[in-house]
Design a protein. Structure first.
Length: 245
């Protein structure tokens, strides 16, 4: 946790000692009264907070009083959207954390024809549960801005309901037109990348993607896990955009 994030309502209120942020500040960072810690408002300003007072530090009713000073607008998200075929929950946690750390703008989770249907019924299919891992990735990156999250029952529903602009890439090692690296020779200003679930896309899903303007591209001959393909593709595209400079 490289920044403690607060809602606009929380930023002017003391933290309960039992709150995980207070526990991190006191037990991991070993902060005391008068010390400072990095903080920010979710979706807003980033800055520094000064610990003004700690009451009943070892009790359940204790409070950590702090004063926040905004210093910047925070690290903005990059104009990259990701469509991810709904993976197994343990993979999804890592994908959401990593994509948030990288600073993608939106994450669209979609059920796929070859994906395991039970994954969509898991606890992580609830937006609030999944959003926690986006928060974790954002705090790791010391960012106040968190990617938006969308969940759909199918790729078809995703493509029909969402708006995707800029360059449209779909990773596919079955019938790619060219490599992702070749497609990025002209750096995109905006982009969307679609990654299938563990068993990839079906022919009908490939056709849907092509009809929606996506180019089928490869990232080499090796078959990658969804989490590896997602973070690798995001990093490659962001690098082409100049976000890694």
């Amino acid at each position: 946790m490289n920044i403690c994030l607060f809602s606009p309502e929380e930023i002017s209120s003391p933290l309960n000692i039992q709150d995980e942020r207070a526990q991190h500040i006191l037990k991991i960072l070993h902060k005391k009264e008068g010390d400072t810690f990095s903080s920010g408002i979710i979706g807003g300003k980033a800055g520094t907070s000064v610990i003004k007072k700690i009451t009943d530090e070892n009790g359940k009713e204790g409070k950590l009083f702090f004063e926040f000073t905004p210093e910047s607008d925070g690290k903005k998200l990059y104009p990259l959207k990701m469509i991810i075929g709904f993976p197994r929950p343990i993979q999804l946690k890592r994908i959401l954390r990593d994509l948030a750390s990288l600073g993608v703008q939106e994450v669209h989770l979609a059920g796929t024809e070859l994906g395991e249907k039970s994954y969509l019924n898991s606890g992580l299919a609830a937006k609030e549960s999944a959003r926690k891992f986006l928060m974790d990735g954002s705090t790791q990156a010391a960012s106040t801005h968190i990617p938006e999250l969308f969940i759909y029952p199918s790729l078809k529903a995703c493509l029909e309901q969402a708006e995707f602009d800029g360059e449209l890439f779909a990773l596919d090692n079955v019938n790619p037109s060219q490599s992702l690296f070749s497609a990025l020779k002209i750096p995109p200003e905006k982009a969307t990348a679609a990654i299938g679930s563990e068993r990839g896309w079906t022919d009908s899903e490939r056709e849907l993607l092509k009809q929606s303007g996506f180019s089928l591209l490869s990232m080499g001959k090796r078959i990658l896990r969804t989490e590896t393909a997602s973070t690798s593709a995001a990093a490659i595209i962001l690098n082409a955009m100049g976000a890694m400079d």
